[in-house]
Write a protein that binds this ligand. Structure first.
Ligand code: F1P
Length: 346
């Protein structure tokens, strides 16, 4: 764990540095609550963080849109840690949320991609993601880097708090070593995803469904499609579908479902049946070798099998590619989407 913090995510020598998580081990150990504040894609990474930190480190987590949090009067104490996530490190709402939480005595931990940006400078400690510059406006590699950082943090907090058996932690860390090659494998579906994109390039709407940590991935899939292809898309927890969005499903509606083999697999299968019964078109993200979902779905995209902890990192890849191909086929400029700014500084 320590090597991961130093070698990959921990601040680089000689640059403006965030204090790093290790110096704050006691704070995390004794934290009553973690509040994650962020906007857009970074907020979705925060939701993944909530699943992972609560699951592995058993610390209560709340995830707030910075743009809301800053304007209300939240209850914050000195025993709370606020994790602020931002690719650019300059997002005005996130900065204002930090300043408000700081004035109420919370410790601020920043996760930022841009070394020396304003958010790291406002933070007490934190880590840089070092994902490299985002060429396009819409966050993609920044998201996977943020999720990686939060995954490592969840494991680190679990170690500090002793909430996971050592054998499980070691197994997770050794699986983590395989993730770069599993991501490469997920990227091999690119050609198939382009073919699927051809079918949906003229869609007017799309629904993304997921359960557990697959839910924030569904939100992020929908946001990417909106941002770069201007197709109206919604992300929903799969079980919420029957509380409203199910009314939208017909033969015109593509429903992209994260249906990998994990703890919610059986339940997702029944959600797919509900969609099919209403003639919706299902694009399923499945675990390699799956046959049950593949039989039910109209289109399936495989991702490699791994521990559920790494589902968000792997399932995000095909969704990003799908949005990318649909946007290019529609003639959209994927790097400079209309109306979007790289840093939202007002
Ligand atoms: C937040 C964000 C991005 C989005 C777009 C506008 O930025 O909403 O997620 O893709 O670039 O800004 P940040 O705080 O993560 O820099």
């Amino acid at each position: 764990i320590n090597d991961c913090m130093r070698g990959r995510i921990y601040p680089l020598e000689g640059k403006i540095q965030l204090g790093g998580i290790k110096e704050y081990a006691e704070k995390f150990k004794n934290a009553h609550r973690i509040i994650i504040v962020a906007c857009g894609t970074s907020w979705h990474a925060g939701l993944v963080g909530e699943y992972l930190i609560e699951e592995y480190a058993r610390i209560p987590v709340e995830v707030e849109y910075a743009s809301e949090f800053r304007y209300r009067n939240p209850i914050i104490s000195e025993n709370d840690i606020v994790i602020a996530i931002s690719q650019s490190g300059e997002t005005a709402d996130t900065m204002a949320a930090i300043e408000m939480a700081k004035s109420k005595g919370a410790t601020i931990f920043g996760i930022c991609n841009v070394v020396g940006a304003s958010i790291p400078r406002l933070s007490d400690a934190g880590m840089y993601t070092h994902a490299g510059p985002e060429i396009g406006v819409a966050s993609t590699k920044a998201f996977t880097a943020q999720v990686t950082a939060l995954t490592l943090m969840a494991f680190y907090m679990a170690e500090v708090k002793g909430t996971l058996p050592k054998t499980k932690l070691i197994a997770l860390l050794s699986e983590l070593e395989r993730i770069p090659s599993l991501v490469e494998k997920a990227l091999e579906s690119d050609k198939l995803i382009l073919e699927i994109a051809e079918k949906f390039k003229d869609s007017r709407n799309a629904l993304f469904l997921g359960r557990g940590s697959g839910f924030p991935v569904a939100l992020e899939g929908a946001l990417k499609l909106k941002e770069i292809s201007y197709i109206h898309a919604e992300g929903y927890p799969a079980a919420e579908m029957k509380h409203g969005p199910i009314a939208l499903i017909d033969e015109e509606m593509p429903v992209i479902v994260i249906a990998t083999k994990n703890s919610s697999y059986e339940k997702v299968i029944s959600n797919i049946q509900e969609v099919k019964a209403r003639k919706g078109i299902v694009v399923a993200i499945v675990t390699e070798g799956d046959t049950d979902v593949v039989k039910m779905a109209d289109y399936s995209i495989e991702i490699p099998a791994s521990d559920e902890a790494f589902l968000p990192l792997l399932a995000t890849i095909p969704l990003q590619l799908l949005s990318y191909h649909i946007a290019v086929l529609r003639g959209c400029n994927v790097d400079q989407p209309r109306n979007l700014a790289k840093s939202v500084t007002v």
